[in-house]
Design a protein around this ligand. Structure first.
Ligand code: DCP
Ligand code: MG
Length: 401
């Protein structure tokens, strides 16, 4: 573990001290709490949903990847399995070719949601200003929390460990963008503190795709301009970036490469919506790849339902977002008569939205969003059969990668 902290002027912090905390191999690590005998082995989580145990299960032992047949993907893998080339999103048949003897465990989302609540509560007891970024990551504003940075980060890691038995990695920098990069730098069980003084040595050598918001397509386009590393992006002509990527994204790329990010944390009280979206590895056609898209949509609905459950909220609106191969983005919303967190109700609403968009071009992204969040009971007394009265709206968004 390496810790870099400038004890020189307070200026490099730009007045803020923002942490990004990300749990290590989260789903797999939660499984290892139940099956400690698998520690040190390659373990992959994915495939079918967990089912209730059946007689004879214990005798059969754990399933191996080589015995898997189907179209499931790995949701995550232990670091031992990653060393063999298995990673999140990889098809399990492909994973089996790389790591035939790896243990395959089905996902248990309710267990991961419980652990998620536990680690977030443990952090909140040390530092209360938290932005929830999903099941296994949060931003924490440490600016007003007393204590030296490394000692404080260690306290947070210890609190998470005590509450869950799990390890996490933390990055601390002056802003969210850099902290998200820093938390990745020394995974697993990492603690990386960077100031703006460290930008040139620690961040500029990284590939552009290390910046959250530069996806595979944008990074390929940057590479085509000869910009492979963040440092090259920082040294690029901002005008050329704007000419290639548009005013907003082009300007953002250059600012990001300079480690500038003024975004504040969005804390729980201010959360107005939750969303899940997937950019596909290859563009998918609404008709030809219908089954794949249906599977992705159902998975997103289940995750969104779990997100809502974790936050203790119900959604009053469900929206979809599609991005076509042209980069044109379309959204549609549906206002429900009754707020819900039920994945099937979310799916039905998403399908109703999908019926109102042109589905004649390949898609590069599908997303769903739950908005107008409310606490359960907030709309009690309303007509439970009123969903037919749901209202649809929609608009076209500008082109932006
Ligand atoms: N996940 C998923 N599908 C993906 C990526 C992730 O279901 N394509 C799930 C499983 C992960 C969890 O989300 O355990 C958190 O994602 P991370 O990207 O943080 O990955 P891990 O926590 O597994 O590993 P790392 O140690 O790299 O953070
Ligand atoms: Mg993680």
């Amino acid at each position: 573990m390496e810790c870099l902290e400038s004890s020189r002027s307070p200026l490099p912090w730009s007045g803020r001290r923002i942490a990004h905390l990300d749990m290590d191999a989260f789903f797999a690590s939660v499984e290892l709490l139940s099956y400690p005998e698998l520690r040190g082995q390659p373990v992959v989580v994915g495939g079918r949903r967990r089912r209730d145990p059946e007689p004879g299960d214990a005798k059969r032992g754990f399933g191996r990847l080589k015995d898997y047949a189907g179209r499931g993907v790995a949701t995550t893998a232990t670091y031992e399995a990653r060393a063999l080339g298995v990673h999140s999103g990889l098809g399990l048949m492909k994973a089996a070719a790389l790591a035939p003897e790896a243990i395959l465990l089905p996902a248990d989302f309710p267990a991961y949601a419980r652990m998620s609540r536990l680690f977030k509560a443990a952090v909140a007891a040390v530092a209360p200003v938290i932005e929830d970024r999903g099941i296994d990551e949060i931003f924490i504003d440490l600016t007003d929390v007393p204590g030296e940075t490394v000692a404080l980060a260690q306290r947070i890691k210890d609190a998470v460990g005590r509450a869950t038995g799990l390890s996490c990695s933390i990055g601390i920098t002056p802003n969210k963008l850099l902290s998200k990069i820093a938390s990745e730098l020394q995974k697993p069980n990492g603690l990386t503190v960077l100031t703006l003084d460290d930008l040139a040595t620690r961040v500029w050598p990284l590939p552009c795709s290390a910046i959250n918001g530069i996806g595979p397509k944008a990074s390929a386009a940057l590479e085509a301009m000869g910009l492979c590393r963040i440092g090259q992006l920082a040294a690029a002509d901002p005008g050329a970036l704007v000419a290639r990527f548009g005013r907003s994204y082009g300007a953002w790329l250059w600012e990001a490469a300079h480690g500038r990010d003024p975004r504040p944390l969005v804390t729980e009280r201010e959360v107005k919506s939750v969303s899940r979206e997937t950019t596909f590895e290859r563009d998918l056609h609404p008709r030809r790849d219908r089954d794949t898209l249906t599977g992705i949509l159902l998975d997103q609905c289940q995750r969104l339902g779990a997100d809502l459950e974790r936050k203790g909220r119900l959604a009053r609106t469900i929206g979809i977002k599609l991005r076509y191969d042209t980069f044109q983005t379309v959204t549609r919303d549906l206002t429900l008569a009754r707020a819900t967190a039920d994945p099937l109700a979310i799916r039905d609403a998403a399908r109703a939205c999908l019926r109102r968009v042109p589905l004649d071009r390949p898609l590069r992204l599908l997303g769903i969003r739950a908005g107008s969040l409310e606490l359960p009971g907030a709309s009690a007394g309303e007509d439970p059969f009123g969903e037919g009265a749901a209202r649809v709206s929609g608009m076209l968004l500008p082109l932006e990668p």
